[in-house]
Design a protein around this ligand. Structure first.
Ligand code: ADP
Ligand code: MG
Length: 243
């Protein structure tokens, strides 16, 4: 049975001065599936996701979430409306604690004014328990290895309870055990019916966890195929555009 379409991006274009970063790109993500987005460096993967997430304004095209057209003004707008993203570049407040980073911009409030420190600690603990993340919420970010900071970022994205979760090259700084942990989290999201967009260069990873694969080259959509029908050679050929 085909899962229902959750997200549809149609004909997305985006130009930067002197660069056509996206040229009429399409992407359809079904509920409860992992959709891998592949392409060489500079193909436009991150730009496409930033257009979805409201970081960039698209020049052309349409985006539909559960059939309703959306056009997020900024990342807060995206997060409040069911789209979360783990960015390629970590952007964390390093002098602050793990839990501050988790709730930055959306602190639970007491009587609508005071930051609810106890509530924050409790909810952080609950989220980490659900995700099996073993990090002390009071640890200062800068004292942790980059891989653990990445796991906090992943937990944060999941904590928004989004319908669509984007992972932009999440495993580049993770240890092997953490990659396995991330895959368990992704599996949990799939079972909840989320749509996952997963960007990576690592073929084995892609073929292992994804249901569908979209390949981009030079800002253009090249192909979308079920992962089961693709081989590594085929992916490389589509990414590079020659044998
Ligand atoms: P990918 O994530 O697939 O590696 P990007 O989406 O980061 O590719 O980049 C696509 C193209 O757009 C590249 O040529 C890149 O240099 C350009 N680009 C991305 N962001 C900007 C920006 N903010 N300003 C100018 N050019 C950009
Ligand atoms: Mg990128």
């Amino acid at each position: 049975m085909e899962q229902p379409v959750l997200l549809e991006m149609r004909g997305i274009s985006k130009e930067f001065p002197g660069v056509k970063a996206l040229d009429g790109v399409n992407l359809t993500v079904r509920a409860g599936t992992v959709h891998a987005l592949m392409g060489e460096n500079g193909a436009g993967k991150s730009t496409l996701m930033k257009c979805l997430f409201g970081i960039y304004r698209k020049d052309a095209g349409q985006i539909f979430l559960e059939g309703k057209e959306i056009d997020f003004k900024n990342s807060k707008d995206a997060l409040e409306n069911g789209v979360a993203m783990v960015h390629q570049e970590l952007n964390q407040a390093l002098t602050r604690s793990v839990q501050d980073n988790l709730w930055l911009g959306r602190y639970p409030k007491l009587a609508g004014i005071m930051v609810d420190e106890a509530g924050m600690a409790k909810r952080t603990k609950e989220i980490f328990e659900t995700l099996d993340v073993h990090v002390n919420p009071r640890t200062i970010m800068s004292t942790m290895p980059v891989s653990q900071r990445q796991m906090v970022e992943i937990a944060k994205a999941v904590s928004y309870d989004a319908k669509i979760v984007v992972f932009d090259e999440p495993t580049s700084s993770l240890t092997e055990a953490e990659v396995e942990h991330l895959f368990r989290i992704i599996d949990m999201l799939k079972k909840k019916g989320c749509g996952i967009i997963y960007i990576s260069h690592k073929m084995e990873e892609i073929l292992r966890i994804s249901d569908d694969v979209t390949i981009m080259r030079d800002g253009q959509w090249v192909a979308t195929r079920p992962a089961g029908e693709l081989t590594m050679d085929e992916i490389i050929r589509l990414m590079v555009g020659r044998e």
